[in-house]
Design a protein around this ligand. Structure first.
Ligand SMILES: *Cc1c(COP(=O)(O)O)cnc(C)c1O
Ligand code: SF4
Length: 339
């Protein structure tokens, strides 16, 4: 039983929210993950060096959406550090997208006209093996770390910026009061009309979309766009759909970005199912990214010719609004580059 003093302790503002407890309870040991999905034999293919460089991390609710006993499960493949990552691949490097060159101050990346991306935090609730952030020194260079001061100064100094993107890492890994601290100051900059969140948390830990987050979102003076990140229809179960519905209810426009990944979603059927599942959950497909060429991710690559063919077949099958734009990030380009 909880005693009186313990109860009052829980009511202090620093008590972790339920989503934060679930976050901390994430699976971090490859052997535990493989036991949970009934694939202990796959342990021989886990790479200790890959896991040391970018540790396994996956919320238990996401694990529950994996098919037990299937070594090719599309969700498992996104998170399990396999020995494929140790194969050297020419052309795969450490700063695949030129972020280090575009930095406009701590955690500020201004690459495209009118919109500024803030690396709000380096933390994510899930570690995706194909992500370029596995090599980027985001842990030190985050906008929230300095109480947002440098980022806000940068935004105040450029009236041409109409949209701010909170990215990361995952910006929703910050506690809601930390996000509110930023938007309170942002409200003093009327040229910033839109706030965009790039987040995978509503997908991998839908409990993050709690009452506190919704109250914050619905009170914002800016238009809000939430770009979630799901790569496969199996990621969108009933709790995720409900979380997306709550975000929409709070006034957010919902888009999805996916990465085209070998062995995860490299078929017309998988891509069509993803678009359908997203739309059923009130979310439009926005981008389908070609993989960033980051060291350790080469085995996920789908060649451009095959990507174009898949995209063409998708367009022949679905209404236009369910066909994401197939793009690649090219360092120095003025926008994402269509293939
Ligand atoms: C992808 C990206 C954006 C957003 O691009 P949109 O085409 O507006 O979605 C903005 N800034 C940076 C640095 C980006 O990488
Ligand atoms: S930034 Fe997004 S894609 Fe990269 S590890 Fe975090 S959640 Fe995954």
């Amino acid at each position: 039983m909880i005693t009186g003093p313990a109860l009052s302790l829980q009511q202090t503002p620093t008590a972790p929210a339920r989503w934060q407890q679930l976050w901390r309870d994430a699976v971090r040991d490859p052997a535990e993950l493989l036991a949970l999905v009934g694939l202990p034999g796959l342990a021989a293919r886990v790479s200790a060096s890959a896991a040391a460089q970018f540790p396994l991390r996956v919320p238990r609710g996401f694990v529950a959406r994996m098919r037990p006993g299937d070594p090719n499960d599309p969700l498992l493949r996104q998170v399990l550090p396999l020995d494929d990552e140790d194969q050297p691949a020419p052309g795969y490097g450490l700063d695949a997208v030129g972020d280090l060159a575009a930095s406009g101050g701590t955690g500020v990346i201004h690459k495209y006209r009118g919109r500024v991306l803030l690396v709000a935090t380096g933390s994510c609730a899930v570690h995706c093996r194909y992500c370029f952030r596995r090599h980027y020194p985001y842990a030190e260079q985050t906008a929230a770390a300095g109480q947002w001061r440098e980022a806000l100064d940068y935004l105040a100094g450029d009236a041409g910026v109409s949209e701010v993107l909170l990215s990361g890492g995952d910006p929703l890994s910050l506690a809601t009061p930390k996000l509110a601290e930023f938007t309170r100051a942002l409200a003093g900059l009327p040229h910033v009309r839109r706030l965009r969140l790039h987040t995978r948390l509503p997908i991998v830990l839908p409990e993050r979309v709690d009452e506190e987050l919704l109250a914050w979102l619905s009170a914002l003076p800016q238009q809000v766009v939430v770009v979630v990140h799901a790569n496969h229809a199996n990621e969108i179960d009933a709790p995720v759909a409900a979380a997306l519905d709550r975000l929409r209810g709070a006034g957010a426009h919902l888009l999805n970005q996916a990465v085209l990944l070998r062995g995860v979603n490299d078929s017309v059927a998988a891509l069509a199912d993803l678009s359908e599942a997203l739309f059923a959950a009130g979310t439009l497909p926005y981008y389908l990214h070609q993989l960033d060429r980051v060291a350790g991710a080469a085995h996920f690559e789908v060649p451009d010719a095959e990507a174009r063919a898949l995209h063409g077949e998708l367009a022949a099958r679905l209404p236009g609004y369910l066909v994401p734009r197939l793009v690649r990030e090219v360092a120095g380009a003025p926008s994402k580059t269509p293939l």
